[in-house]
Design a protein around this ligand. Sequence first.
Ligand code: ADP
Length: 487
Amino acid sequence: MTNQPARAVGDGQLFIDGKFGPSDSGKTVEDINPATELPICQVAWGGESDLDRAVQSARRAFDVGPWPTMPGKERAGVLYRIADGIEAAAEDLALRETLDVGKPITFTRGFDVRAAAEIFRYYAGMVEQLEGAARPAGARSLQYTRREPLGVVGAITPFNFPLNLAVNKIAPALAAGNTVVHKPAEQTPLTALKLAEIMAEAGLPEGVHNVVTGDGATVGAAFSVHPGIDKISFTGSTATGKRLIAAAAGTLKRVTVELGGKGANLIFDDADLEAAVQSAFQAAFFNTGQFCMSGSRLLVHRSVHDEVVDRLAAVAESVPIGDPLDEATVLGPLAHRAQLDKVIEYVGIGLAEGAELRSGGSTGHEGPGFYHQPTIFTGVTPEMRVAQEEIFGPILTVLPFDTDEEAVEIANGTPYGLASGLHTQNIRRAHNVAAQLQSGIVWVNTWAQFENSTSFGGYKSSGYGRELGPEGIEEYLQYKTVYINVD
Ligand code: ADP
């Protein structure tokens, strides 16, 4: 396999009004492969005027149509064809995602691309089911509700699951009849551009979906204040999310934000320890820990703490790390240099705070690539920064607990509330603890298991709004009541 995806698609270009073309400034930047540190291709560095062109295009496609008023079965037909197109281009998409993010090719094939097609099909199936309701009214009156799209949706996505997080927004937004302007993360724009081509070929009308690549501080920030955007769906850091919400208030646009996490994964003394350890490893280190729903805090009952840590360290020390294009690889590099630097900094912070390094702790690697070993800290106390702050890398902090109450208190003791999990064979404990955990999703005896119907989103500082499931499409609809007096 080469270092290049099918370069023809979108290389150095934006996708606006159904066509690829350069940014107004003509500026491009190198897109870097995190496994080799070599450039993959040039990417257009869009600016505010490019965003404005994209919004105008999406605005026309919404205001003039036909997308929002297209009969449901036709709109669904386009979405089904997009799913088929994703499957037909699966190898190209998987290669792009692997080169851009450093994710192992077995995962981009087996999860990222497969799920993208499935999510389009899931929401295609909902298009014809967006029913309103007849409501009680006076004897000579009729009252009913309509569910209508919002208008132009701005989708802003991060670098860790570029294709999936984009599709989580774009598929339900389109199914509801909206039009979209998407800004992928500056480090990982390649699948967004291929997706644009697939969508156009599937018959999506011009302007319904636009892609503007560029950086967050200029193009991303311009979304919040643009009067032509009706709603922003954002996934990224809590700090950026807060800035975005404040900036969006001026135009009163709707905003949903899926932000950071510091997931707590609880292992009780009655758990199936071998299964719990395997699950805890995946929870912490899947996607090299760059996963807002990661289980980056492992809370273990004191009576099984040492055994769990020993087994976990054995898994961490034997996991295949390396070239993401190699099918044997389980952990690839971090997606970009700043992320690696952040991980290295947090290893130092953990050591300075008095945490004990049980496994990993360095890049473990010579030569190019943003690799870092899976790293396990024990002797961690709940108030330490490594137990409180989202690191977004392969660092797991392990904390012991003695009682269920203490476990819940530690689990809930961060500002975040995106995902949590617990391992127990006691069904009463499972339900009781799940009810007490402050997070948008709780996994029991598993982690990160998803169906298309598995909605997720934040409690507390992890944001608001939900993605996937029936709740996912609600975020892109508004209700209208029609009250008719026939007297
Ligand atoms: P991460 O830590 O995942 O890079 P960010 O929140 O910085 O998190 O970035 C997530 C997405 O938000 C990226 O597409 C980025 O370009 C974009 N972004 C960054 N700053 C802003 C901003 N001020 N307004 C809107 N989007 C932004």
